[in-house]
Ligand binder design. Sequence first.
Ligand code: SF4
Ligand code: SF4
Length: 119
Amino acid sequence: MLSDCRHCDACRRVCPVLKLGVPAFPACYETSERSPAVWNCTNCWLCHEACPAGINLWQKKALAQQQCIPPAAIAQGIDNLKATGLVFPFTPELNERRRAYGLEPVKLLDQRKLSLLIS
Ligand code: SF4
Ligand code: SF4
């Protein structure tokens, strides 16, 4: 619960994830900040922009995610991102398949730049 929250519901009314009936970042409501629902957020920040109290929902959500172990699929994406800069798993076969469809090969990020971005 946020002490400066006005309980106006604006953050929830604009959230595209909640509109789909999927639990999302709880903003200021009853859901525990340790809920895995914080990982359903799309980072659109409509809630942050809509908040009339000027609560930094961006920061609150980032803190909530640090306190909550991500679901396995998201954890895998984070590991992939750290390793290659891509959220999906990269294997040489991926570029073989892309070439077969006439697509450019996926270019991996320079490891030095990647570690600077992620650290
Ligand atoms: S940033 Fe997340 S919680 Fe906020 S409106 Fe977008 S999807 Fe919903
Ligand atoms: S928009 Fe801001 S003030 Fe309104 S309910 Fe959400 S967090 Fe509270």
